[in-house]
Design a protein around this ligand. Structure first.
Ligand SMILES: O=C[C@H](O)COP(=O)(O)O
Ligand SMILES: CC(=O)C(=O)O
Length: 203
């Protein structure tokens, strides 16, 4: 899978696409080589297009809600697609284009449906309110083949606990590159927080 080897997936809300490349370079200085650029702002698509040119960096799209969004982010260069929830038509559009898709799930019913769609790597959202690692352990009973990307409430304080789970392939969240830090151009802080995150877990 495209994110194999990545343990941290920053969720990014960008207001200015010109910040995308310095952001990616800051993440790389911190040891993080990917990001999920959300479509929550109009800048998202241009930011994805800018990041496709950054060497050794894997750009994905987040908050992908409609099949048309999949086309837009694919054309811009996204190499993976993330949704907060599970929509069959979004998954099927990504599969038709051959782009990795990681939809969100929050219930056993959704996990079961995602498996039927041929998926075994799912976002768990919002992971904290759903019960964190306890929820992941419970889901692993009936669905041992699924691995999760927890997001929503993952922080510097609990990332290592999630990553210690054999059912978690990576964690995702906004704490490494907040909208405020990006808007302020504080790329040194982003690099430092990323380095601390990467340094806090076993390779
Ligand atoms: O997955 C996307 C979430 O918005 C990230 O949540 P967070 O801000 O709690 O890290
Ligand atoms: C929350 C989430 O998964 C997203 O915005 O894509």
């Amino acid at each position: 899978m495209i994110l194999d080897g990545e343990r941290f997936v920053p969720v990014v809300v960008l207001d200015d696409p010109a910040r995308a490349v310095p952001l990616a370079e800051a993440l790389q200085r911190g040891g993080i080589r990917c990001a999920e650029i959300t479509l929550r702002t109009p800048a998202g698509i241009d930011a994805i297009a800018a990041l496709r040119e950054v060497p050794d960096f894997t750009v994905g799209a987040g908050t992908v809600l409609e099949p048309d969004d999949v086309d837009r982010v694919f054309d811009a260069g996204a190499r993976f697609v993330v949704s907060p929830g599970l929509a069959d038509d979004v998954v099927e559009r990504a599969q038709a284009l051959g782009v990795e898709v990681i939809p969100g799930v929050a219930t056993a019913t959704e996990v079961q449906r995602a498996i039927r769609l041929g998926l075994d790597r799912l976002k768990l959202f919002p992971a904290g309110p759903l019960g964190g690692t306890a929820a992941i352990r419970a889901l692993a009973g009936p669905f041992p083949g699924v691995r999760y990307l927890p997001s929503g409430g993952v922080t510097a304080a609990n990332a290592a606990e999630y990553l210690a789970s054999p059912h978690v392939f990576a964690v995702s969240g906004s704490w490494m590159a907040t909208r405020e830090l990006i808007a302020a151009g504080d790329f040194d802080a982003i690099a430092r927080i990323s380095r601390e995150a990467v340094g806090g877990v076993a390779p």
